[in-house]
Design a protein around this ligand. Structure first.
Ligand code: FCB
Length: 481
């Protein structure tokens, strides 16, 4: 079986030297399929189409804190982060950015920046402490307050139903290896649609199923911390089934639009050999087509099924009707782009570009163009939104009270130029969300990586808009860079 290359565990050696992005000309030689490119530094004055929406994203476990309040149950990330050795510095999301209590202040910050859309996630264990049964009204009330607060400030809510914080009780019952969890997810989705469906115009079902598969079940440095390749791809199937069942529940409930949130990675051959091209193709199968194909075409990619073997747990786990359920028509596809892969003939990956503070992230804005245009080319004109894009930078609060994250400004500008080019070439991209609004709990990397437009002092919970937030406000006001 060819193995994809999930993010290396924290503490792994960086793939390439870390730099501040965007500080020099692109002098890198061409590389196979990716050789001919426009320069990465944009000319100023790129206007986005009228109505293009600018946003920022967070997720529940990463920002909310209040882990034991108002009837919230335990999630697998509570268990995982409280297990010694699992996260950097033993960090947990117990308090995080305390957004559960400070959401009103955070809503004001969003308004100050000028956001048109805020993508957040709903914590399943706040809504159903054990993942089943009657809803916890206090949990739903929090999201109602949040959504109302967004509307009061003219910001469109975009809600993700599942951003990895599975109720621990469902993990104890088998987790995503159990088909039943997908059915429980549909019940949970129905509860949420009933409570908030009238106020949320865009829903996202499952965030990055691939990351659960790879980080949760192959490498094991995300919850639930397993290293079980056979289980991993059955988990993929059940996550996709959960997505499809939630889409069906949404259709029954009525309002708004819905789609999945997939992290996609362009997979380039590392050299010009036919063997590298073949290796890049199967790598692309595991990274992209394993998720795109079933959702958008109703089939799993045959090369991946063959590579896994006819007797794989995935193959055995597919029941009649599952693929039709997974392929329930979606209204939009949410794309999250962070890094490309360069695949050698033997199927390993090589770094080609400088990395950010996150060792797994190579900075390559053209990858954004490539992945957006590829989705449109291969899957047709499904409306696209970018729901995550960003990087961590080692931000500190200066003596003058400002945070100068120049690297984030360059990164965002270069990626937005690539998105603009994709739109000019016909990609129906309707909105863009920076990851993240706030510095937050970055999973196994804990609080060491700061991904926010807004700096959070975790001692005082004081928020300071970084230079990038001020820059983004101008981008939004101008509808362009
Ligand atoms: C994505 C996750 C998000 C955050 C960013 C950096 O994979 O969806 O929660 O961790 O990476």
């Amino acid at each position: 079986m060819s193995m994809p290359s999930p993010r290396p565990p924290h503490g792994a050696a960086p793939a390439a030297p870390e730099v501040t992005p965007g500080t020099g000309p692109d002098t890198t030689a061409g590389h196979g399929a990716a050789a001919t490119r426009a320069p990465e530094t944009p000319a100023a004055g790129l206007r986005f189409p009228p109505g293009f929406t600018w946003g920022a994203a967070t997720s529940a476990y990463q920002v909310e804190g209040a882990a034991k309040e108002d009837g919230r149950g335990e999630s697998i990330w509570d268990t995982f982060s409280r297990t010694p050795g699992r996260t950097r510095n033993g960090d947990t999301g117990d308090v995080a950015a305390d957004h559960y209590h400070r959401y009103a202040e955070d809503l004001d910050l969003m308004r100050d920046i000028g956001l048109g859309s805020y993508r957040f996630s709903i914590s399943w264990p706040r809504v159903q402490a054990d993942g089943t049964g009657a809803p916890n009204q206090r949990g739903l009330d929090f999201y109602r307050r949040l959504v109302d607060g967004l509307h009061e400030r003219g910001i469109a809510p975009m809600a993700t139903l599942f951003h990895w914080d599975l109720p621990q009780a469902l993990q104890d019952a088998g987790g995503w290896e159990s088909r039943d969890v997908a059915l429980r997810f549909a019940d949970y989705a129905e509860i949420v649609f009933r409570a908030l469906g009238d106020r949320v115009p865009v829903w996202l079902t499952v965030n990055e199923p691939k990351t659960v598969v790879q980080n949760g079940y192959l490498v094991g440095h995300h919850a639930p911390g397993r290293q079980d390749p056979a289980a991993a791809y059955l988990v993929a199937h059940h996550l996709l089934l959960a997505h499809g069942l939630a889409v069906a529940a949404h259709r029954a409930a009525g309002a708004g639009r819905i789609g999945p949130a997939l992290n996609l990675h362009p997979c380039y051959p590392a050299d010009d050999s036919p063997a590298a091209a073949r290796a890049a193709r199967i790598h692309d199968g595991y990274e992209n087509r394993l998720y795109l194909d079933p959702v958008l075409t109703g089939r799993y990619p045959q090369d991946v099924l063959d590579d896994l073997g006819g007797d794989s747990r995935l193959a055995r786990g597919i029941r009649d009707g599952d693929l039709a359920a997974i392929a329930a028509p979606v209204d939009l596809l949410a794309v999250q782009y962070y890094t490309p892969y360069y695949v050698t003939a033997d199927g390993t990956t090589l770094p080609r570009w400088p990395t950010s503070q996150a060792a797994w992230q190579q900075i390559h804005p053209d990858g954004m163009y490539d992945i957006l245009t590829r989705v449109t080319r291969d899957y047709g004109p499904v409306p696209l939104t970018v729901t995550e894009n960003g990087l961590p930078t080692p931000d500190t609060l200066g003596a003058d009270g400002t945070v100068d994250d120049a690297g984030r400004v360059s990164f965002l500008r270069d990626h937005l130029a690539a998105a603009h080019r994709a739109i000019a070439d016909g990609v129906p991209l309707e909105s863009y969300h920076v990851w993240s609004l706030l510095d937050n709990f970055e999973w196994d990397a804990g609080y060491d990586e700061r991904w926010g437009l807004v700096h959070v002092d975790y001692q005082t919970q004081r928020r300071v808009l970084k230079r990038s937030a001020h820059w983004y406000r101008r981008v939004i006001a101008a509808n362009g860079i």
